[in-house]
Design a protein around this ligand. Sequence first.
Ligand code: RTP
Length: 155
Amino acid sequence: ECRKMSTTERTFIAVKPDGVQRGLVGEIIARFEKRGYKLIALKLVSPTKDHLETHYEDLKGKPFFPSLISYMLSGPIAAMVWEGLDAVKTGRAMLGATNPLASAIGTIRGDYAIQTGRNICHGSDSVESANKEISHWFTENELNKYNNPLQSLIY
Ligand code: RTP
């Protein structure tokens, strides 16, 4: 078995329009904060259709693509970047499976969602897509550089 060494990574996490409207932004932020991840960037945005189609370009051929885009256009999205050990894989684990009915209890989707088409959050699925998504959603200026002394209690 080939196990990857844990490394400090950045991941793009977004609260989708349904999550924002249901008042789950604070809950989702709190889980990443409490786990020990470092908040690098955060904004509430209403992206264009073009922006969302590029974000989901790998899914362009899927039958659910048009409904996914209109779902993502249904309201503002809380976009964020979190940094820390294994942030991509652990971030996905914290969100839970894409289909909320298959998500473990204790995950964000497992606790707050029941439908794939309304699964309240997004998380990058690899370091490569995280880097792509971070630069798609944020400018270099919006990626904050700061020292958080609390990190020394976590690592
Ligand atoms: P995400 O990118 O949002 O974190 O989701 P994911 O990687 O877990 O899932 P992916 O397959 O990339 O799908 C992206 C989003 O499209 C919606 N979806 N609907 N069968 C369907 O109706 C269907 N399948 C996927 C979900 O909102 C999913 O998160």
